[in-house]
Design a protein around this ligand. Structure first.
Ligand code: FES
Ligand code: FES
Length: 153
C-alpha cells in the first residue's frame, strides 16, 4: 500500500508504483473530473497540478509523486478566480476538457499574472477542446487575470 497527497488529504492506494496517476485518481480514488483522452501527453485533458505545476497525469506514474501535492479541480476553492471566471464567462460546452484546461490556466497565471493574447494563445495551443470553446477560454483567462490583480495578486 502506498499513499499520495491529493487536495490536501493523504490517500492510501493499493497499486503498483508504475501505475499512471490518471488511473489512480479516477479508478482508485473516484476523482472522475480528471479525464482520459489520448493517453500519450498530446491533448492536455488529463492535466492536474503537481506541486503547483500543470502536468499530464496520463504519463506520470504514481510512484513519481509520492512526496508531492496533487491538486485536481475539486481542490480549488469555489471563489478561486479561475472558477469564478469560468462561470462568469460560461466557458464549458460539453465540459469534458474543462477541468484540465482550468488547471492549465492556474499554472499559466501563476507564471504569467498578466499574459498577453499571444502568450495565452501559445499556452493554450496544446490543450484540445473538441467543442471549440477556446474563444471563451481566452476571455475567462483575461477575466481571471484581472480579478487576481484586483485582489492584489
Ligand atoms: S489524456 Fe493525457 S494528455 Fe491526453
Ligand atoms: S467543452 Fe467539450 S471538449 Fe471542451
Amino acid at each position: 500500500m502506498i499513499s499520495i497527497n491529493v487536495n490536501g488529504q493523504k490517500r492510501p492506494v493499493d497499486v503498483e508504483p508504475d501505475t499512471p496517476l490518471l488511473w489512480v485518481l479516477r479508478d482508485n480514488l473516484g476523482i472522475t473530473s480528471v479525464k482520459y483522452t489520448c493517453g500519450i501527453a498530446e491533448c492536455g485533458i488529463c492535466t492536474v497540478l503537481i506541486d503547483g505545476e500543470a502536468q499530464r497525469s496520463c504519463v506520470v506514474s504514481v510512484g513519481e509523486v509520492l512526496e508531492s501535492e496533487i491538486t485536481t479541480v475539486e481542490g480549488l476553492p469555489a471563489n478561486h478566480p479561475v472558477k469564478v471566471a469560468w462561470i462568469e464567462k460560461q466557458v464549458p460546452q460539453c465540459g469534458y476538457c474543462q477541468p484540465g484546461i482550468m488547471l492549465q490556466t492556474v499554472d499559466l497565471l501563476a507564471r504569467m499574472p498578466n499574459p498577453t493574447e499571444e502568450q495565452i494563445n501559445d499556452e493554450m495551443d496544446n490543450v484540445i477542446c473538441r467543442c471549440g470553446s477556446h474563444p471563451k477560454i481566452k476571455e475567462a483567462i483575461r477575466f481571471a487575470a484581472e480579478m487576481t490583480a484586483r485582489q492584489g495578486g
